[in-house]
Write a protein that binds this ligand. Structure first.
Ligand SMILES: Cc1cc2nc3c(=O)[nH]c(=O)nc-3n(C[C@H](O)[C@H](O)[C@H](O)COP(=O)(O)OP(=O)(O)OC[C@H]3O[C@@H](n4cnc5c(N)ncnc54)[C@H](O)[C@@H]3O)c2cc1C
Length: 621
């Protein structure tokens, strides 16, 4: 096969495939994607593995774990990530949602011109084909948003769930929030995410299957000739030219090395070409480090020669963290999706409905009802004042670090009530694996998610063995006093306010976990024992000024390199208070525009200096 490409994309995941599509639109440009996993179509039904007790399909999961989490009882937590073409978008919960306007605008404030709500939202719209819910679902289950907030004609099909059993539950959830002063939001994709609303998902409205790169724009049957997708290819490093060729002393990526069929192979980029890493938040830093780009002292420890000393690689890791509250519902509400795999009659019925009519429980994502709110709405004013004082004390640890500026900005956002800090997601099932479900009973779980953690974690390579998993330390609840306290307050809000308020209260028989009547101290202990990853890691190769913890510049180029870029969730410099997929897609689309422009601009320069001698490039393989 071919051995040189204009652009090599490392990782055929959520970002990688959007980028591949964008860069291969020009048929004269050759693009290769290297993906460690294989092609597995994850579109049989819309029930993600999530609902079988947070256990992932080992065939298509990297099965990462954290290092013991100091502030979560030293627990080692599971971190699922898709290992298949399509990446984590092939296995995730499918929510297709935007953050609040001010959260994206903060990226620009942090030193990234052109990265703001307008551009991110325009790119999300470009990728989207939005189909509204039926008027009944819009009215009864609040599955509604202004059509003008959404895109039409893009490759990712976006619509709402259609299965809402038990029917009284969702309207009651909305009404109880409303009664507590939290409004229903009918425009949550327009830059204001505050309130209670129904999340649209990446679902094909016609055949009710998962919509993602593999079954839309990159279906193997109509793939472009200039786009080569190589699966089963585990990239081990970027090959850097021996000499620093450019005047600025930047290193040049000349290709990548990978293992396929137990053999080490390599492919190269053409003279003006680029290598773009989209291996995800946990593996992108590892690949940079394996290539000699990272914190020189960490590299030295692992026996790797540093080519670019870039201490921010693998730092600034930010992830959402959550805890669950579970309740048993009263009799007579009828079966819900929680009965799948428990009640054999219901299960058989739902399979038939799905196979024959694309309807029923299997045709929907469950648990798309969310409330996103600032802390001020759930924490009493005097408690909030005390908590903020404790936070300010803890945040002094960032003084004099590269992250001082972003932490100060994030701190100021606590007073911006257009930015959500906490999410309450309603799952119509028992999602706590430690509670045993009784047959013929219905349950709900309310997930509480910390959306804007102040804790910063890190991810680094464990050794120079490229096949070893990275050491992942998300540092959950790392700003311990404050973050544990706000999560405790949130659990208290669920137990003592939300589920005690009519009409939701009239549907609930009992609280199961945390145990009903738990004291403040018991709830706090519950948070410390049960906190888990809500799967949105970002920031480990942040787009920031170099001296402020940056790994890539606003062109997504890795500092100290000429043509090496990063374009996945790891570039997000400051975590957003929502689910990350649509944003990751949008950023990858913008990355494609940027890299295409750099490529063409270089062509024009080359034309001007046609007879100037090109230095040969030495490659060590
Ligand atoms: C369980 C779960 C549920 C989620 N639910 C939602 C949701 O409902 N809505 C939402 O918005 N977000 C959700 N997310 C988050 C969202 O899916 C991610 O933010 C997004 O998919 C990340 O995209 P990415 O391109 O950065 O990484 P990925 O999509 O993970 O892509 C990385 C790719 O690189 C490949 N790769 C890695 N290393 C190598 C290597 N060395 N060589 C070759 N290939 C390599 C991987 O196999 C993978 O295909 C969820 C995440 C999880 C884990």
């Amino acid at each position: 096969g071919r051995t040189a490409y204009d652009h090599i994309i490392v990782g055929g995941g959520s970002a990688g495939l959007v980028l591949a599509e964008r860069l291969s639109r020009d048929p004269t440009v050759s693009v290769a994607v290297l993906e460690a996993g294989s092609l597995t179509e994850q579109n049989r039904t819309l029930i993600p593995a999530l609902y079988s007790g947070f256990i992932w399909d080992p065939e298509i999961d990297w099965r990462f774990t954290t290092v013991p989490q100091k502030h979560v009882s030293d627990n080692v937590l599971l971190l699922p990530r898709g290992k298949t073409l399509g990446g984590t978008a092939a296995v995730n919960g499918m929510y297709f949602v935007r953050a609040a306007k001010n959260e994206y605008d903060a990226w620009e404030t942090l030193g990234n011109p052109g990265w703001n709500w307008d551009t991110v939202n325009a790119n999300i719209k470009a990728l989207e084909n939005f189909i509204p819910a039926s008027s009944k679902d819009a009215k009864t289950f609040h599955a509604t948003d202004s059509a003008s907030n959404h895109g039409k004609g893009g490759p990712i099909e976006v619509t709402y769930s259609t299965y809402w059993e038990p029917a009284p539950l969702i309207p009651a959830y909305f009404s109880s929030f409303n009664a507590l002063g939290i409004p229903t939001n009918k425009h949550a994709s327009g830059g204001d995410t505050i309130g209670v609303w129904q999340a649209p998902c990446a679902i094909d409205a016609e055949n009710r299957s998962r919509s993602y790169a593999v079954n839309t724009f990159l279906h193997p049957n109509d793939r472009r000739e200039n786009l080569h997708i190589i699966t089963g290819a585990h990239v081990t490093r970027t090959i850097l030219a021996d000499e620093q060729l450019s005047k600025a002393g930047d290193v040049r990526a000349v290709g990548v090395q990978y293992i396929a069929d137990n053999e080490t192979r390599s492919i190269h980029v053409t003279e003006r070409g680029h290598v773009v890493i989209t291996a995800g938040t946990y593996q992108t830093p590892k690949l940079l480090e394996l290539s000699g780009i990272g914190n020189a002292s960490i590299l030295k420890e692992k026996g790797i020669t540093a080519r670019v000393d870039l201490p921010a690689v693998g730092e600034n890791l930010q992830d959402h963290v959550g805890v669950l509250s579970c309740f048993e519902l009263k009799d007579g509400l009828g079966p819900s999706v929680g009965a799948l795999n428990v009640d054999s009659e219901y299960t058989a019925q739902q399979w038939e409905l799905y196979t024959e009519e694309r309807k029923g429980a299997l045709a929907s994502v469950h648990g798309t009802t969310v409330a996103m709110i600032p802390f001020q709405k759930i924490i009493k004013a005097d408690t909030w004042t005390t908590l903020k004082a404790s936070l300010d004390k803890s945040l002094q640890q960032f003084r004099g670090t590269p992250y001082e500026k972003q932490i100060a900005l994030q701190r100021s956002q606590l007073d911006d009530e257009s930015i959500p800090q906490i999410e309450f997601v309603l799952l119509p099932m028992l999602a706590d694996p430690t509670v045993k479900a009784e047959p013929n009973r219905s349950y709900i779980t309310i997930g509480t998610v910390l959306l804007r953690p102040f804790a910063r974690g890190s991810v680094h390579l464990e050794s120079d063995d490229p096949l070893k998993h990275p050491l992942i330390d998300p540092n959950y609840l790392g700003i311990t006093e404050f973050e544990t306290a706000v999560m405790t307050e949130a659990l208290k809000f669920v137990a003592e306010s939300l589920t005690q308020t009519k009409p939701l209260s009239t549907l609930i028989a009992a609280q199961l976990s945390p145990p009903s009547g738990s004291s403040h101290a018991e709830l706090e202990a519950f948070v410390q024992q049960r906190a888990f990853s809500v799967w949105h890691p970002a920031g480990s190769a942040s787009m920031l000024p170099k001296e402020e913890g940056g790994v890539v510049d606003p062109q997504l180029k890795v500092y100290g390199t000429e043509n090496l870029h990063v374009a996945d969730a790891s570039i997000i410099p400051l975590q957003i208070g929502t689910h990350t997929m649509a944003t990751v897609y949008a950023n990858a689309l913008r990355a494609g525009e940027i890299i295409e422009k750099i490529y063409h601009d270089a062509a024009d320069v080359n034309k001007d200096t046609e007879d100037s001698q090109q230095k040969p490039i030495h490659v060590e393989l």
